[in-house]
Write a protein that binds this ligand. Structure first.
Ligand code: FMN
Length: 139
């Protein structure tokens, strides 16, 4: 099954987890960046409220053709209990027929509402979510 790990990472913890997952299953990996470089102030001031409302942010679209993948593992950090805004934008570009696994990374490791919200958001976009989990990282 052709698999890709696609991730957004603000400070590197999600990047490390995404790389571990990808290397463990020999999958390809794609990093998604936000179009506007974000600092910590903006992460808290505008990023957290957007995460809470499950809104997206402007991302740089990947050059790769995502429709070739049968399975996509999406990794993103938790902000204010919910997936960071870039996660919601990544969902918009995923191929509808692929199996989707959601992996959220957080300092607390306990964001059940955020995880459930992420699944609901993905399913609302017509994506086929086959699993979801949260990884506890450094804060
Ligand atoms: C703006 C911001 C908000 C955060 N909010 C939460 C939170 O609500 N719950 C939690 O457990 N961790 C929270 N964290 C910690 C991150 O989710 C955690 O460190 C994650 O691994 C960061 O991934 P990254 O290094 O790829 O950005 C927050 C971090 C930032 C920067």
């Amino acid at each position: 099954m052709k698999t890709v790990v696609i991730y957004y990472s603000f400070r590197g913890h999600t990047k490390a987890e995404a790389e571990k997952i990808a290397s463990g299953i020999s999958a390809e990996i794609i990093e998604i960046k936000e179009a506007k470089k974000r600092g910590m102030f903006s992460a808290f001031l505008s990023g957290c409220p957007a995460a809470l409302k499950q809104k997206g942010s402007k991302i740089v679209l990947p050059e790769a053709d995502l429709s070739v993948y049968e399975k996509v593992i999406v990794c993103a950090p938790v902000w204010a209990g919910y997936a960071a805004p870039a996660f919601n934008s990544i969902l918009e570009i995923l191929p509808k027929g692929a199996d989707v696994e959601i992996v959220l990374c957080s300092g607390g490791g306990e964001s059940p509402k955020g995880l459930a919200g992420a699944v609901q958001k993905a399913e609302g976009l017509g994506l086929k979510v086959i699993s979801s989990r949260e990884i506890k990282t450094a804060v």
